[in-house]
Write a protein of this length. Structure first.
Lengths: 292, 392
């Protein structure tokens, strides 16, 4: 199982490269929920650096697209040396069609967030010869393993970070600031939280970017205790450092790289970043058809 | 001719929707369907529903739109075959597994659920090439994008015109899963987006006002002519859990609007239609994304409570032409001396002052107090079964 991470600054790549097999990068015209929006020149610079480090680079193009956005996406892709990327992460099937048309279907990693919750659906693009797909975050560890045992292409999984649980096209923070008759200095800011009136102990990170508004789980989901089991089925485990920084990435990647479930180090990270860790949905079976 | 598609939470609502002008209805079965709290149909109910609809030359679509987990896959094939035996007209699905099972083992027509959030012509092409006949578009498109998209595909395109709005892209939200363990993609959505929140920066409140992720409902009255001209195939009203009166009023209003536009090629004034819709609405409404990305005018701040309409007071069961007595079922409080409007399935409305009312056994009454009580009232003109009584 390879480890991938997001990052904030190009000058941190070398430090992080000691612990990972690859990186994720994107621009906010086509990617969303990014640690940082890198322009095309920076993306090419990252490619050169990562090639020298003998690591892999994945391009995040995980927005939902209208037709005109797809046209822009195609133009952007044509300007980038796509063959040098290990893969392109897409959420929208329209983006898959564009990449197929350009002959890059083997670069596609399909990441529809919530939708790939069983083995059949996980594999449904096998005949399109894509490289792989992200299994949904909202399923149990045993379901992940069951799906992984039947996979027909590479399995990707978000292994660590604040899992996103809401993606709206609306600029909801901006709307709210209009409502309060104030300016909006909070667009693209990573220090914003939502507090539900009966769950005050669980602040949910909220992030407004060009693609819309996103809300995330309060806790950091970790898979650190389950790396051995995941090894058998997961090809790429993604560490998402959104809302943190590159120092955080380094601390966490150290644990994952060395497979250290070191309580002292974990507690230090939790204290330094004021975060709570849990295991996401690994042991939390959601209810089918709750009767109200 | 463009299709008007309505929701139906049970057999009675299905009949009302079709009688008041829907060309087709969508219903949920007891398996593999979202909206778990709607009174979902048994296979026997579905058979009765299709039989009723087909007699009227209308259609029934069944939602099989959950995103299944590993252990939900059992029984899909058998259920789809059973639906086929019920002679339904299509299924509405989002999961590739359910879609492929239907394509492989049945001859059912398949509509792609909005849970897949189809936003562009390439995505529409993908599913159409797979064998999906109709695509229900994501709600996040404006009317110009919809028109452009329709022109680029041979697939039938269905567009939401009325009802509740998901604040997130449909199918991509797990707020409910996280906050309540109820799986939004398997029929358990707790509508966590409609709760009250505070927005904070570094732990400090940004405002004393409550942050909202709650949207006004969609109401696309003024966009209907554009969507008809754009050659959209089907116009969908949402709300399988809505009341009988809501379904009748909303369906009837859009029916009249569509028919008028098709006949005359123009709508002079939308106001009468809006007034009619307001008799059913219990939430403020707007046009969603149809005129562009929604702003503050489409959000509900500080307006949490829904007030059910009190206008609907009775449902006509029968009318005796000789005596002029209508047998009705009470749905809300009313009394002698009130002006009452009769709202007929053909959309016509006539009023009268109530001056004579008895219970089922002929005892005179001044006030109708008891829900679902059978009453007899004098009506000075002919009324049809399933006509509705409203307070004026």
């Amino acid at each position: 199982m390879k480890i991938l991470t997001t990052f904030y600054q190009l000058n941190y790549l070398e430090n992080l490269s000691m612990y990972v097999d690859g990186f994720l990068i994107g621009n906010d015209s086509f990617g969303t929920r990014l640690t940082h929006s890198f322009d095309s020149d920076e993306i090419i610079e990252a490619l050169i650096m990562i090639e020298k480090l003998n690591k892999e680079l994945f391009l995040m193009a995980n927005q939902m697209f209208t037709d005109s956005q797809l046209d822009d996406f195609e133009k952007w892709i044509l300007k980038l040396p796509i063959e040098k990327f290990q893969g392109i992460i897409v959420t929208d099937l329209g983006a898959l069609h564009i990449l197929e048309k350009l002959g890059y279907q083997n670069k596609v990693i399909y990441h529809p967030e919530t939708l790939l919750t069983n083995a059949y659906d996980f594999n449904f693009l096998a005949t399109n010869n894509i490289q792989g797909a992200f299994v949904a975050k909202e399923i149990t560890l045993s379901d992940v393993i069951a799906i992984g045992r039947q996979k027909k292409y590479k399995m990707f999984m978000v292994g660590h970070g604040h899992l996103n649980m809401f993606y709206s096209k609306r600029q909801l923070i901006d709307n709210f600031m209009v409502f309060t008759e104030s300016e909006n200095p909070y667009h693209n800011k990573q220090n914003m939280r939502l507090i539900e009136e009966t769950r005050k102990e669980e602040p949910y990170p909220i992030f407004e970017d060009q693609a819309g508004t996103h809300v995330f789980r309060s806790q950091v989901s970790t898979s650190l205790k389950h790396l051995e089991e995941l090894d058998y089925v997961v090809d790429y485990l993604m560490i998402d450092t959104l809302f943190k920084d590159d120092h955080y990435a380094q601390s966490v990647l150290n644990l994952y790289h060395h497979r250290l479930y070191d309580k002292h180090l974990i507690e230090k990270i939790k204290t330094d970043y004021q975060e709570v860790w849990d295991e996401g949905f690994f042991y939390k079976k959601t209810v089918y058809k709750q009767k109200g | 001719m463009i299709e008007l598609l309505a929701p139906a939470g049970d057999l009675e609502k299905l009949k009302i929707a079709l009688m008041y002008g829907a060309d087709a209805v969508f219903i949920g079965g007891q398996n593999f369907s979202l909206r778990a709290r709607a009174s979902n149909f048994t296979l026997e109910d579905i058979k009765n529903a299709t039989s009723f609809a087909h007699q009227k030359g209308k259609k029934v679509y069944v939602t099989t739109n959950i995103i299944p987990h590993q252990d939900d896959l059992t029984g899909v094939k058998e259920y789809l075959k059973a639906l086929e035996l019920c002679q339904i007209d299509a299924i509405i699905s989002a999961s590739p597994y359910i879609i492929d099972m239907a394509l492989k083992h049945t001859s059912l027509e398949i509509h792609l659920s909005t849970q897949q959030s189809a936003l562009n012509s390439e995505t529409v092409k993908f599913w159409h090439n797979k064998g999906v006949t109709r695509i229900v578009l994501a709600r996040e498109l404006d009317k110009y994008q919809i028109k452009d998209l329709v022109s680029k595909t041979n697939a039938d395109i269905e567009v939401f015109i009325h009802g509740g709005m998901c604040m997130s892209y449909s199918g991509r939200c797990s707020l409910s899963n996280t906050m309540t363990d109820r799986d939004a993609n398997r029929g358990g959505c707790a509508h966590s987006c409609r709760w009250n929140y505070e927005l904070v920066e570094d732990g400090k409140k940004v405002s004393n006002k409550m942050f909202s992720m709650s949207s006004k409902d969609l109401s696309a009255l003024e966009q209907i002519p554009y969507l008809i001209d754009a050659k959209v195939f089907s116009l969908k009203i949402e709300g399988r859990m809505k009341s009988l009166h809501y379904i009748a009023t909303v369906v009837s209003t859009y029916r009249k609007l569509i028919d008028t536009y098709i006949k005359r090629g123009t709508i002079d004034d939308f106001k009468p239609y809006l007034i009619e819709l307001q008799k059913a609405e219990n939430r403020p409404a707007s046009f969603g994304y149809l005129e562009g990305i929604p702003g503050i005018e489409q959000l509900l701040y500080d307006k949490k409570n829904e007030q059910p309409s009190q206008l609907f007071i009775g449902l006509v069961q029968d009318y005796d032409e000789e005596s002029g007595i209508a047998t009705i079922e009470q749905r809300n409080h009313f009394e002698i001396g009130q002006e009452i409007e009769i709202f007929n399935p053909n959309g016509s409305e006539l009023s009268f002052i109530l001056d004579d009312m008895t219970d089922e056994d002929g005892h005179p009454l001044d006030v109708a107090r008891h829900p679902q009580q059978i009453l007899k009232i004098k009506v000075p003109f002919k009324v049809e079964p399933y006509a509705m009584l409203r307070k004026k």
